[in-house]
Design a protein around this ligand. Structure first.
Ligand SMILES: Nc1ncnc2c1ncn2[C@@H]1O[C@H](COP(=O)(O)OP(=O)(O)OP(=O)(O)O)[C@@H](O)[C@H]1O
Length: 321
């Protein structure tokens, strides 16, 4: 059996599932596959990247992210272009990156993926020098991330509450999107630049995006009436968003978004402020991540429904553990 050394980085506040007994479970399950695990707990923003830097410096074989997309982003940002692989235990609120890789939301099943040892080389997006692995966006989704980050609780229900609250007051803004010499100037509800097909929580903003195709999928949701925008929300959940008439989609290796001034963006769901010009590019095959070997084909309605049923099953199992 090949011996592997892992550092597990736990974000104690991510998501809503209890992390009680996690360290013992991970240590015992992975020991059976020859993996020794050391665990560190984050105390705030930046800790996950610092811990991951230590793991790379000490030649760990893998770093396991036990948290959500924000934690994955910090760790993956350090592991990219190194030989240290990423393992994911999806313990966040949305878990968009893990879901997009087909990693089960159940911790014990996600551990099996790491134990099996198959890894995929994934792309990442880069905006003004900052990496994103799932989605980057301006407009409504950035405003929701900002609101969500200020909520006391995390989790799916809190996220839905943030979406509704923001929707009531949100005013679309103008953007110029430049792709290879063509410019689209629009008042847009949002522009999402997607390495992964979903934001998390089975919300498919670019259902045909692939993590390892060397390209980014851009979804522009144009400014429309409240009803037509709500219908985009419905299509986001059924997997049919690319057929909605309020949408334009582009598959690109690079693009620029220009807006009126600096302002909010989100990177993998984490809110931040960036400048007027947003230079975006794809950094292909930059990260090795443990994933199921067989990639599930996406089917509108069927895949979202299956994922919802799985979520329910795992939530019930987690409650009674
Ligand atoms: N001990 C801590 N106390 C408070 N905040 C923390 C702590 N450790 C990390 N954080 C912050 O928690 C935030 C949320 O992390 P993360 O994205 O992993 O979870 P999530 O938002 O619940 O899940 P998702 O991104 O999948 O929706 C990040 O901004 C991170 O910097």
């Amino acid at each position: 059996m090949e011996k592997r050394e892992a550092l597990m980085i736990v974000n104690p506040v991510s998501g809503t599932r209890s992390k009680r007994g996690l360290e013992e479970l991970v240590v015992s399950r992975l020991a059976m596959s020859g993996v020794t695990v050391r665990t560190l707990y984050t105390e705030g923003s930046g800790d996950a990247s610092r811990f991951a830097e230590q793991a790379v410096a000490h030649d760990y074989d893998m770093v396991i992210s036990a948290g959500g997309d924000g934690t994955v982003n910090e760790i993956a940002g350090v592991l990219s272009h190194t030989s240290t692989k990423l393992g994911i235990l999806p313990l966040g609120s949305g878990n968009g990156f893990a879901r997009s890789l087909g990693i089960p939301q159940d911790v014990e099943e996600a551990l099996k993926v790491i134990a099996e040892g198959y890894s995929l080389r994934c792309d990442r997006g880069v905006v003004n020098g900052l990496p994103f692995y799932c989605t980057f966006g301006v407009g409504f989704d950035a405003a929701v991330s900002e609101k969500f980050s200020k909520m006391k609780r995390r989790g799916r229900i809190t996220y839905v509450k943030s979406v509704f609250r923001e929707f009531l007051n949100y005013q679309p803004e103008p953007y110029a999107l430049s792709i290879g010499g063509s410019v689209l100037t629009e008042k847009a509800f949002l522009i999402a630049v997607c390495n992964a097909p979903q934001y998390g929580n089975n919300a498919y903003i670019a259902p045909h995006a692939k993590l390892s195709d060397g390209m980014l999928d851009i979804t522009v949701v144009h400014s429309g009436s409240p009803l037509s925008t709500v219908l985009v929300g419905v299509d986001l959940l059924t997997g049919y968003i690319d057929r909605n008439t309020l949408i334009d989609t582009f598959r690109v290796s690079a693009a620029t978004i220009t807006r009126l001034g600096c302002g909010p963006v989100h990177i993998d769901g984490e809110p931040m402020t960036l400048g007027t010009n947003l230079e975006i590019s794809c950094d292909p095959s930059s990260l090795s991540v443990y994933a199921p070997e067989k990639e599930a084909e996406f089917k509108p309605i069927v895949s979202p429904l299956r994922a919802m049923i799985d979520d329910f099953r795992y939530d019930v199992k987690a409650k009674f553990r």
